[in-house]
Design a protein around this ligand. Structure first.
Ligand SMILES: Cc1cc2nc3c(=O)[nH]c(=O)nc-3n(C[C@H](O)[C@H](O)[C@H](O)COP(=O)(O)OP(=O)(O)OC[C@H]3O[C@@H](n4cnc5c(N)ncnc54)[C@H](O)[C@@H]3O)c2cc1C
Length: 408
């Protein structure tokens, strides 16, 4: 098969790796440029799987169906006394970001993956695009793919007006060895996704693959998240370290002030089930992330193309970031292989539609979080999405297609 051309991919995480695998299978000459040193294995947490994710993996040529994660049979919500208030049956495999990442990363030869390459600028000519990096390197290729995440430098160059919007809440998160949990808590909560409701946001947790992708009892991790409404003062407080520095886009875990963690633990004791409080108590280093989302209006900019979180970042409740990244990537590879502008145009309009639908669904799911709505319609929507039966059925659902409103 003839070489179909050269592609530089900025960002070596999910979207970048999926794109590289798909393009290489179609005989493109591909190089990934990732700003971080080493691998990204410990970056992510739990990923709820669904049919779209399996389809996306398969379409991208990734055979990772069995032994992919920990079985969950359904969802359960506890009140603050620890009593079950609602149950939903939903069989689902809970995998981990690291497991998928490692599987993908192995498929890219070292000579095609360039760590410690942070994109600085782009320049365009009629037939090529040149990327220059902060370390002084540069490369000219036929195409450049921006797979550099929600704060994409590629997007800042080609579409500077599109920026992430703070959703009005943040997410506390924890990922801990299951052996650190009291046995009675683990026995009660394993095999299901557990939920709790507190004023200002819900908590959820489930078992995922452990370090080295272990899936057997005793070697797994417990992954949890707790969404908390935070106005601008509260956000500032949470993201300011002990030296007074404000980390606007996210604070590294080791810089979170002890008093902020202590307050979170005290609120857990007050508002959440005793079982859940024990999980939080057992987590020595919880971390937090402010929640942002945004939509793009355009994905193709001459020879530079946005995919994954760089193109659209939906709130995590939808649980679709990885499958969207995979579909963006594999369908883009197909479109580029056809080598005509119409195919690329069709790709762009279908991915814009899909991206907008995931962002909207995330906003719907998060409609009761953040600043309280004032108009009756939004209040009605918020009430609907915070009902246990809605929350448990729709969050990171095993069949997301039914909730995505793909407008024509
Ligand atoms: C709390 C939470 C829970 C989630 N749960 C789920 C879930 O259950 N299911 C699911 O599918 N998704 C989930 N997601 C979303 C999922 O993790 C992301 O959608 C996915 O990782 C996006 O992949 P990406 O490659 O587009 O971006 P990223 O993973 O952000 O990767 C971007 C890469 O680009 C690199 N980079 C950035 N700037 C530059 C530069 N200038 N030069 C070179 N490299 C650069 C970065 O270092 C990074 O490696 C969740 C996200 C959060 C925050």
């Amino acid at each position: 098969m003839k070489n179909r051309g050269s592609v530089a991919i900025i960002g070596g995480s999910m979207a970048g790796l999926f794109a590289a695998i798909s393009l290489r299978s179609l005989n493109f000459n591909v190089h990934i440029f990732e700003r971080s040193a080493g691998d990204l294995r410990n970056r992510g947490a739990g990923i709820a799987t669904h049919n779209e994710l399996y389809d996306a993996l398969e379409t991208a040529g990734v055979k990772l169906k069995t032994e992919m994660g920990v079985q969950s049979n359904g969802r359960v919500m506890f009140d603050n006394q620890g009593e079950v208030v609602h149950r939903v049956e939903m069989k689902q495999i809970m995998t981990s970001w690291g497991l998928i990442y490692r599987f993908l990363r192995k498929q890219i030869p070292e000579e095609n993956y360039h760590s410690e390459h942070c994109l600085k600028n782009l320049s365009f000519s009629r037939n090529s695009v040149t990327a220059s990096f902060t370390n002084g390197d540069s490369i000219a290729t036929d195409w450049l793919i921006g797979a550099d995440g929600a704060r994409s430098q590629v997007r800042q160059i080609v579409a500077p007006t599109i920026t992430p919007i703070y959703a009005g809440y943040l997410g506390w998160r924890g990922l801990i060895d299951e052996n650190l949990l009291p046995k009675e808590v683990l026995d009660e909560l394993s095999l299901q996704m557990a939920f709790g409701m507190a004023p200002g946001g819900h908590w959820l947790g489930y078992l995922v693959a452990g370090p080295n992708d272990a899936l057997n009892e005793g070697n797994r991790w417990y992954n949890w998240g707790w969404y908390r409404t935070a106005d601008s003062d509260s956000l500032q407080n949470h993201l300011t370290d002990a030296t007074g520095e404000f980390h606007r886009t996210g604070i590294p875990a080791h810089l979170i002030r002890e008093e902020v963690i202590t307050t979170m633990r005290a609120e857990a004791k007050k508002f959440l089930a005793p079982q859940i409080e024990k999980i939080i108590e057992s987590t020595s280093a919880p971390f937090l992330q402010p929640m942002y989302d945004f939509s793009s209006k355009q994905l193709v900019f001459e020879r530079a193309i946005l995919i994954g979180d760089a193109a659209f970042t939906a709130r995590p409740h939808v649980g679709m970031g990885v499958s969207k990244a995979a579909f963006d990537a594999s369908s883009l590879a197909q479109a580029l292989s056809k080598n005509n502008p119409a195919s690329l145009g069709e790709w762009e309009s279908s991915r814009l539609k899909f991206g907008n639908a995931t962002v909207q669904w995330g906003r719907d799911l998060g409609s009761y979080l953040g600043p309280k709505a004032s108009d009756p319609e939004s209040l009605k929507k918020a009430e609907y999405y915070m009902k246990p039966e809605t929350l448990l059925s729709i969050t990171a659902a095993s069949e997301p297609q039914q909730y995505l409103r793909l407008k024509t």
